[in-house]
Design a protein around this ligand. Structure first.
Ligand code: NAP
Ligand code: 2V4
Length: 254
């Protein structure tokens, strides 16, 4: 029996990277996990089947975020999955807003369309996903939003992206107060450079430079971040809300 046995969790962007590690960790702790994805159906199915092979419970949910109707699509899929896999118990105990897109363009070259897309996926979608999730979330629920160390570390290639992450951090501050009476905690987790499927991680010289940003002289692994999220999702973190949790391997202290 894990510490999340009997709980349900929705992890957005769980087909790969940090979201995948979070889904696997929460499922390992006993939660029934909705593995959300936008386009990577096969990868998400592999995440869910891997969880089940290890004795956990999971199902996949498809929804493109940052487009009209996104939240309806997401929650229709979530509700279908919960009906089928959770004996009709429709409550959502844990929400992890992880799905996000990055910028990677110089400020002079960022277009209004790119800016709007970053805002739509990284900031607007989490706001409305929370709004909808709260209808289904019982007292004592958990909300974790994935931000970025770039709200505190300068990288001019990512100004627009960092602006969206600053916006996401406001969710924890203000919702923590709003949801305190329900015992629901809302926190931000800010990873530093974390290995994902970006081809830069196949270049040893680049990885060496990125590693030097952390006081531990390595890049983060998705599981480094997932362990922090799992703690915030647990009962043991009941006294932490409205917090910014630096999960950058000391990059912000460097
Ligand atoms: P990733 O490997 O690029 O994976 C992104 C995930 O988000 C995928 O599951 C993807 O689904 C989903 N997604 C992307 N756009 C979406 C959209 N419009 N609608 C719905 N789902 C969408 O990402 P990651 O590197 O693990 O990053 C995860 C989170 O951590 C992001 O919020 C990111 O900003 C943050 N972060 C990452 C780093 C880092 O260095 N990796 C550092 C700090 C913060 P599909 O596969 O189906 O497209
Ligand atoms: O510098 C980051 C960083 C980055 C990048 O390198 C470019 C990328 C991979 O296209 C997008 C990106 C997203 C990020 O969230 C970060 C990041 O969090 C970060 C960086 C440098 C130092 C500390 C950080 O937290």
């Amino acid at each position: 029996m894990g510490n999340l046995t009997g709980k349900t969790a929705l992890v957005t962007g769980a087909s790969r990277g940090i979201g995948r590690a979070v889904a696997e960790r929460l499922a390992g702790d006993g939660a029934l996990v909705a593995v959300h994805y936008a386009t990577s159906a096969q990868a998400a199915a592999r995440v869910a089947s891997g969880i089940k092979e290890r004795g956990g419970s999971a199902f996949t949910v498809q929804a493109a975020l940052g487009v009209p109707g996104d939240v309806d699509t997401l929650f229709t899929g979530l509700e279908t999955g919960l009906k089928e896999h959770n004996d009709g118990r429709m409550e959502l105990d844990i929400l992890v807003n992880n799905a996000g897109i990055m910028g990677g363009s110089a400020p002079e070259e960022t277009t209004p369309e790119q800016f709007d897309r970053l805002v739509a996926v990284n900031a607007k979608a989490p706001f409305f996903v929370i709004q909808r999730a709260l209808r289904a979330m019982p007292d004592g629920g958990r909300i974790v939003n994935i931000s970025s160390g770039l709200t505190r570390f300068a990288n001019p290639q990512e100004i627009a992206y960092a602006m969206t992450k600053s916006a996401v951090e406001m969710l924890a501050l203000h919702y923590a107060k709003h949801l305190g009476p329900r015992g629901i905690t809302v926190n931000s987790v800010a990873p530093g450079i974390t290995r994902n499927s970006n081809p830069i991680f196949d270049q040893p010289q680049v990885v060496e430079q990125l590693a030097a940003l952390s006081v531990f002289n390595r890049v983060g692994e998705p599981s480094d971040v997932a362990d922090v999220v799992a703690f915030l999702a647990s009962d043991e973190a009941r006294w932490i809300t409205g917090a910014f949790i630096d999960s950058s391997g000391g990059t912000l202290a460097n």
